[in-house]
Write a protein that binds this ligand. Structure first.
Ligand code: ACO
Length: 326
């Protein structure tokens, strides 16, 4: 028997307020045509005043628990992937733990910006598979609009808020069951801190003492995205003895429709297998993958046994991929 990680439930949450591209033209020198043609974005959700990342996270977590037919008492690990925590500390995961009424288990945040969910799934799987936990809540939750400089039109139009969550469980799989059992097949993570200055926030506790604003050299980020992501996907497929033809669903981080199309083309994946939600959600950083995954699961598109590939690249730079048998 080998110990594997199985996804038991999934849920998501989007704040009520929707901001269209047209709405942004009232406060910025921009146009719906520019935003859609450069990024694919039509609208984004925005957290209400006073609504925090842990508020979004808890909604997604409760939906995922209900979907898994489990309660907080069944969970012994909470990981929140976020770059927009409620507070510098404690971790947003600890605040989620409090809101769930849990006083057992462990809770911490993963900070890998837009790659946070991919990193989080790798870390959670490793902990479950080595017996450090039995059931985990992995949540990607962000209030990215709080990091935006609304005078910087090149970044202000690209991001949105939201949360998505999965419930994970350690399961024992017989060697001859690995080709059929639902489980996380593997993960591949990378980073390159030399590129930390092309996508960052210009504030923090030990520098300015302020939260700061998101800064991005869009062209440079774009230049690295397609190559890095394609390499990660190909490496993970190779490590898993699979090819791109085995992939049924490709759930990329939703940063830019042109990046998604570029990656799908480079790895040779038909666009019908690619999940795109950026037009509705914009870039919700660590929340974008679970939001997109939840959407296709709720639409009944993902069948038991389907191979699902997740990938992301974000500030750090960080990037990586996960492969799941659903
Ligand atoms: N509306 C209208 N015009 C604009 C806007 C806007 N919102 N923003 C910029 N422009 C203008 C610029 O000022 C520039 O004008 P100029 O030529 O007169 O100077 C022109 O549009 C072109 O600007 P570029 O930045 O060169 O536009 P580009 O075609 O590269 O598209 C974009 C910009 C969409 C940001 C693209 O570079 C991109 O997608 N980059 C990657 C973003 C990404 O992947 N982010 C994910 C990581 S996010 C994370 O990890 C948190």
């Amino acid at each position: 028997m080998s110990r594997k990680t199985k996804i038991m439930g999934i849920g998501s949450y989007l704040p009520k307020k929707v901001v269209s591209n047209e709405d942004l033209t009232k406060i910025l020198d921009t146009s719906d045509e520019w935003i859609q043609s450069r990024s694919g974005i039509q609208q984004r959700h925005q957290a209400a005043e006073g609504e925090t990342t842990s508020d979004l996270a808890i909604e997604a977590a409760q939906a995922a628990l209900a979907n898994a037919k489990l309660s907080p008492a069944d969970i012994d690990l909470i990981i929140v992937a976020t770059t927009t925590p409620d507070l510098t500390f404690p971790a947003t995961a600890a605040l989620v733990q409090k809101k769930l009424g849990m006083r057992h288990g462990a809770a911490f945040d993963v900070q890998a910006v837009c790659s946070g969910f991919v990193y989080g799934l790798s870390v959670a799987s490793a902990m479950l598979e080595t017996g450090q936990a039995t059931r985990a809540l992995l949540i990607g939750a962000e209030t990215m609009t709080r990091l935006l400089d609304m005078k910087d039109r090149s970044t202000a139009v690209l991001f949105g808020d939201g949360a998505g969550a999965v419930v994970l469980e350690a399961v024992d799989v017989a060697p001859d069951g690995l080709d059929t059992a639902s489980h996380v097949i593997g993960s591949y993570l990378r980073s390159d801190g030399e590129l930390s200055d092309i996508l960052y926030v210009d504030g923090g506790p030990s520098t300015t003492g302020t939260t700061g604003h998101l800064r991005m050299q869009g062209r440079e980020v774009y230049r690295h995205a397609v190559g890095n992501i394609s390499d990660a996907i190909n490496t993970l497929l190779q490590q898993s003895d699979m090819t791109i033809a085995d992939v049924d669903w490709f759930v990329p981080h939703q940063a830019n429709k042109r990046i998604i199309d570029g990656v799908a083309k480079k790895i040779g994946l038909p666009i019908e297998k690619t999940v795109v939600t950026i037009h509705q959600h914009a870039n919700t950083s660590a929340a974008s993958i679970p939001l997109a995954l939840c959407q296709i699961v709720q639409e009944g598109k993902v069948r038991s046994g389907d191979i699902v590939m997740l990938e992301a690249m974000g500030g750090g730079l960080t990037w990586g991929a996960n492969l799941i048998r659903w």
